[in-house]
Design a protein around this ligand. Structure first.
Ligand SMILES: Nc1nc2c(ncn2[C@@H]2O[C@H](COP(=O)(O)OP(=O)(O)O)[C@@H](O)[C@H]2O)c(=O)[nH]1
Ligand SMILES: [Mg+2]
Length: 243
């Protein structure tokens, strides 16, 4: 980390004076690894750069990118929009809707400093909302499955799940769809949202059940309300997008 100028006390070996022979300094220590807190801060700064890129109602309308992409998926009302807003520290980036099932578009957001976009965040429509007509549901399940199967730059999937309901049949289908790609290196994380609604025991139990269902994938408890898991998830996503 950079020291503020006023406090900088340069090490002698950095400031050979008046042609004095350069002091033979011991080899510099490998720059100390960032602490977890510093890593999280860096990752949160990166996520905060998120800005709207484009939206598409159909898969073939999505622009192709070389940039690595992270997809956020989950049932309607699982807490996906809230999670994206907390991670990006932007109140309305992904609109947290009180009427779930409304946003039937794939929304893409750019990550990285302006002019230096280095990853894309994809917000996929929530599935399973009862009030959506059956035909629409089926169409969206197909769009989602096709996206997960064919999106070439897809590097990571975050599946959000309300642990009070657990992973449902639709989540299981999604897990089946991406399993071959996970075996090929696709990163995968299950986030158990709204963890503030669970006590310690319930949280631990939800974790172990979801771990079984996720078949070895990573599972974390997350609460937008209590900011639980935010730093860890941010760091994980950063690392995944910057291997
Ligand atoms: N208690 C609690 N409620 C949450 C949390 N995250 C989301 N919610 C609530 O869950 C509901 C659905 O959230 P939303 O982000 O719109 O879900 P989405 O349909 O998956 O995008 C909203 O009423 C949110 O306020 C959380 O961490 N804790
Ligand atoms: Mg939403």
């Amino acid at each position: 980390m950079n020291q503020p100028d006023t406090q900088a006390t340069p090490a002698p070996e950095d400031t050979p004076q008046d042609g004095a022979p350069t002091v033979l300094a011991p080899p510099p220590l490998a720059s100390p690894a960032l602490s977890p807190a510093q890593q999280a801060k860096h990752a949160m700064g990166w996520l905060h750069t998120a800005r709207f890129l484009t939206t598409a109602a159909q898969l073939h309308h999505l622009p192709a990118y070389e940039l690595p992409e992270i997809a956020f998926v989950g049932r309607s009302n699982a807490g996906k929009s809230t999670c994206i807003n907390v991670l990006t520290q932007q109140k309305r980036l992904a609109y947290a809707s009180k009427t779930p099932g409304r946003t039937q578009h794939i929304n893409l957001f750019a990550l990285g400093r302006q002019g230096q976009t280095d990853a894309v965040l994809a917000d996929l429509p929530g599935y399973g909302y009862a009030a959506v007509p059956k035909q629409d549901k089926i169409r969206w399940q197909q769009v989602m499955a096709n996206y997960l199967l064919t999106r070439e730059n897809l590097r990571a999937v975050v599946l959000l799940c309300d642990p009070r309901h657990g992973l449902t049949d639709l989540d299981d289908i999604l897990l089946d769809v991406i399993r071959p790609r996970v075996e090929d290196g696709l990163k995968f994380l299950v986030l158990l949202t709204k963890a503030d609604k669970l006590n310690r025991n319930e949280g631990a139990k939800a974790l172990s059940i979801a771990k079984l269902q996720a078949g070895g994938g990573q599972v974390k408890l997350f609460s937008a309300l209590k900011k639980q898991g935010v730093d860890e998830v941010a760091t994980l996503l950063y690392d995944w997008m910057h291997p």
